[in-house]
Design a protein around this ligand. Sequence first.
Ligand code: FE2
Length: 243
Amino acid sequence: MRFAIISDIHSNLHALMAVLEEIGKQKADSIFSLGDLVGYNAFPSEVLDIIFQRNIPSIMGNHDIVCCGLENPIWFNPSAREASLWTRKRLSEEKKRYLCNLHNEKMIHDRIYTVHGSPMSRDDYIMDLMDALNCFQHLPDKSIRICLYGHTHLPAIYSDHGPSHDCTHAGKHSLSIRDRYFINPGSVGQPRDGDPRASFAMLDLEETTIEIIRVEYDVTAAMKAVLKAGLPHFLAERLQVGA
Ligand SMILES: [Fe+2]
């Protein structure tokens, strides 16, 4: 079984299309999204159209819950707040209803759990190994071997034993069946690790490997679309540098 794991698409249609093309080449058996389908970039409605057409299941991100109107963006920075309110106006009632009904977490396999931020909250950031080690005790079931999460926009592989994996190294990382993991595939639509290429992960259960894959996409077109939509300049500039 080969899972393609995508997260934090954030209305970036150009990045999503490039990632889906690569996933096609990777021969994934299924695709799963870890939330934040919308927010920040210029194509919320178009991104949701693709998610619906491809029947890609997702959990709810902190931007999804704000953009559908269930929460207000009181904790967002000014650019995120402006983009979330802009997004609300561009989503149909049907699309907002879809976002409102997303689950907070989900088992996608008998031992693989998915959350947006952490097992405690979709708003938590797992930034380092210490954060991850704290979170193992909050998994809802001891049989869970892998918790997939997003939200930080930083690819990461943390194990409860042994050293962390260096995600800047291309290629497959072997997973030990004795260990448990927190794994972040990075962000499709707004990477923040200094690499502007879109990021996703391929999880192979037969090989017991995970690979973080980076994909070039038309960053300039995505930036132009942000500016044309009248969204904050900062949101375009950060795409160029992956920050
Ligand atoms: Fe996000």
